[in-house]
Design a protein around this ligand. Structure first.
Ligand code: AP5
Length: 223
């Protein structure tokens, strides 16, 4: 049984498995996944002003400025489908974003219930990013070695075409990791100080990580 509302933050480096796990939990818990990276990519596909602005940062592996990102999340959280809570994937990524999220939720009479930190060493992260394939149609995530599609290049779920993200090429991925350690690692300490952090060993199989996350969520939900 889920609490009245459940806002869960996913933390972890690029390739740690945030998106993979958020998608699994979205189905199982009926909570919406809000991925700031996916929203930026959708805007980019639509060639909106926000998408073109985000592209100039994403192409280099840098973070989109806090003001732009927070305004986008504020707008998304105002929709009725977030009333029960959400799985926040890729946001917050700076301490300023974490503080802004606390304020946004407080204005709605809500709060972050739990932060799930997927810990994975660097060498594994780069291997995961270089083998990742994503469905252009439904966003399902695959990996050449760890979770291959049944037919190469085709989504098992919807038959859509699979593609590789331009920011997964090695130089950009390495910069994303640098940016993560400089700007996002302090967010781990921020939530730890608040007593909201649960660290999960992200090197386990996708199924094992999923079970560990369900256990952690179940403990919070019962409080
Ligand atoms: P975003 O799209 O959020 O990318 P990211 O945080 O870098 O995370 P990834 O999507 O790369 O990794 P993931 O942890 O979701 O891993 P996944 O599950 O796919 O952000 C992109 C850009 O947008 C940023 O660089 C920035 O410019 C901008 N942006 C976004 N949010 C922002 C914000 N808040 N502020 C400012 N700018 C922002 O898994 C990776 C691969 O590994 C897959 O192939 C998967 O199949 C495989 N895998 C997953 N789990 C396992 C496992 N347990 N075992 C084996 N393989 C696994």
């Amino acid at each position: 049984m889920l609490a009245e509302s459940l806002f869960i933050v996913f933390l972890g480096a690029p390739g740690a498995g945030k998106g993979t796990q958020a998608k699994l939990l979205e189905k199982e818990l009926g909570l919406l996944q809000i991925s700031t990276g996916d929203i930026f990519r959708k805007n980019l596909q639509e060639e909106s002003e926000l998408g073109l602005l985000a592209k100039s940062y994403m192409d280099k592996g840098e973070l989109v400025p806090d003001g732009v990102t927070v305004a986008m999340v504020k707008e998304r959280l105002s929709h009725a489908d977030c009333a029960k809570g959400a799985l926040l994937d890729g946001f917050p990524r700076t301490v300023a974003q974490a503080e802004a999220l606390a304020d946004l939720l407080a204005d709605l009479g809500k709060r972050v219930a739990l932060t799930l930190y997927l810990k994975v060493p660097d060498e594994i992260l780069l291997q995961r990013l270089s083998g990742r394939w994503i469905c252009r149609n439904c966003g399902a995530v695959y990996h050449t070695l760890f979770s291959p599609p049944k037919v190469a290049g085709v989504c098992d779920l919807c038959g859509g075409e699979l593609y590789q993200r331009p920011d997964d090429k090695v130089e950009t991925a390495q910069n994303r990791l640098r940016v993560y350690f400089e700007q996002t690692a302090p967010v781990i300490e921020y939530y730890d100080r608040l007593g909201l952090l649960r660290e999960i060993d992200g090197t386990q199989s996708i199924e094992e990580v999923h079970h560990a996350l369900l256990t952690a969520i179940g403990e919070v939900d019962c409080q």
